[in-house]
Design a protein around this ligand. Structure first.
Ligand SMILES: Cc1cc2nc3c(=O)[nH]c(=O)nc-3n(C[C@H](O)[C@H](O)[C@H](O)COP(=O)(O)OP(=O)(O)OC[C@H]3O[C@@H](n4cnc5c(N)ncnc54)[C@H](O)[C@@H]3O)c2cc1C
Length: 377
């Protein structure tokens, strides 16, 4: 696969940042469970949040491939930081950028690119996970604006966000065509959020429920033409899946690097465990999985950049790379033996964080169902 100079430059600068700044602090940041404000601002300073937006409109003028390379490198250092960055760069700001008024973009999008405001994206409800047709949060049109009522859950960055892009039902009779996105500032009367959830992995990416009780937003806070919410969501689904695949590649690389380093150092039965074929087989499987993940993922990102329909390719990439990340972190915990069970080593974090990749952009059961259909079943 051909690589551009821009890809090499972004990869090198992100890799240097991750090696020098993220990896040395990753254990401490993860253990704190706190939203990493300092790192968040640093991401903005480096232009990462704006990589998929044009430079003359507040972004830093890259493309999906460059954005995914950044996500991959960050995930190699700390999955939580990569998750926060992906939310800020893609799902949390995309609809505001494309459909917000100039005033909304000035007040929220530009500060988000500068790392001054935190964004998030709210689809899931207690009774609507994979089944988005079941979204029951209501936006009722009134003379003054839209009155919002309902609840969202599993909102990444929910506890700390300044604004929310929220999927609401405007007319239940229309089912999917009644689904629309709304822009909701966090200080809107009637809006509230729960305490952060206690999480298995990605522990510094805060998640909460949010609730709307007669929350009134102006008419122009509907993001996109009425009835187009679902199709606008589908228009970025390939990118969400490719980005998740890139995060999975970062995790695979981290698990493999740690495994190789440990296997070269750990002596048992008079020689390093790297001499044992059963250890070599695990590392070889990780390497093959990693290479296949890269080919699938960056094929999909290049298709997205060329404005081709990439949904099948991105779905395959997300499915394969995430399953491979689960296998890689499992292999790492075996190669490190008992030390993988200690919080001193990072292998336990990879093992916990791989679960995060399974759900975003569609569960694997949904992806398998889609892929089977798309190949003709
Ligand atoms: C760390 C994390 C961060 C998240 N961040 C966000 C966020 O920022 N915003 C947001 O809106 N949501 C977020 N989510 C929620 C995520 O999008 C949902 O978990 C996902 O949509 C799946 O919904 P569910 O968990 O309710 O599972 P369900 O849909 O209830 O599924 C449960 C199980 O049934 C399977 N299943 C469901 N339907 C089918 C079917 N038709 N065929 C076969 N199997 C099926 C699923 O694959 C799964 O195994 C997050 C979740 C996590 C864990």
């Amino acid at each position: 696969m051909l690589r551009s100079n821009a890809e090499d430059t972004v990869r090198k600068s992100m890799a240097m940042f991750v090696d020098n700044e993220v990896i040395p602090q990753a254990k401490e940041i993860d253990a704190s469970g706190e939203f990493p404000r300092g790192m968040f601002r640093e991401m903005a300073r480096m232009g990462v949040f704006g990589l998929r937006y044009p430079a003359d409109q507040g972004g830093s003028g890259g493309n999906t491939t460059l954005f995914c390379i950044s996500c991959e490198e960050l995930a190699r250092g700390l999955m939580s930081l990569a998750a926060i960055t992906a939310m800020q760069s893609l799902m949390g700001t995309n609809f505001l950028f494309h459909f917000g008024t100039d005033e909304l973009r000035e007040t929220y999008f530009l500060p988000a690119m500068r790392g001054e405001k935190v964004a998030c994206f709210c689809l899931t409800e207690p009774e609507a996970g994979s089944d988005l047709g079941n979204v029951s949060s209501r936006a009722e049109k009134t003379d003054e604006g839209y009155r919002l009522n309902g609840m969202k859950t599993w909102v990444t960055n929910g506890p700390v966000a300044d604004f929310y892009t929220v999927l609401m039902q405007t007319d239940p009779k229309k089912k999917f065509r009644g689904l629309n996105f709304f822009f909701v500032p966090g200080d809107t009367p009637g809006f509230s959020r729960s305490k952060p959830f206690d999480l298995l992995g990605t522990r510094t990416t805060p998640i909460s429920e949010i609730a709307f009780k007669d929350c009134l937003v102006p008419h122009h806070h509907m993001l996109g033409a009425e009835g187009r919410g679902l199709s606008n969501l589908l228009s970025i689904l390939a990118e969400i899946r490719a980005m998740t695949a890139a995060l999975a590649i970062g995790l695979q690389r981290a698990a493999m690097d740690d495994s190789i380093q440990y296997a070269r150092e750990r002596v048992q039965f008079g020689q390093t465990i790297s001499h044992y074929q059963l250890i070599q087989a695990k590392v070889a499987n990780m390497a093959v999985d990693l290479e296949a993940s890269k080919l699938l993922t960056y094929k999909a990102t290049h298709m997205i950049d060329e404005k081709k329909d990439a949904l099948t390719d991105a779905s395959m990439a997300k499915y394969f790379a995430t399953e491979a990340a689960c296998r890689a972190s499992d292999h790492a915990t075996r190669i490190l033996g008992a030390y993988a069970y200690s919080m001193e080593y990072s292998a336990q974090r990879y093992y916990r964080d791989n679960r995060f990749l399974l759900y975003g952009g569609g569960s694997h059961e949904i992806l398998q169902t889609n892929i089977a259909k798309w190949v003709g079943l």
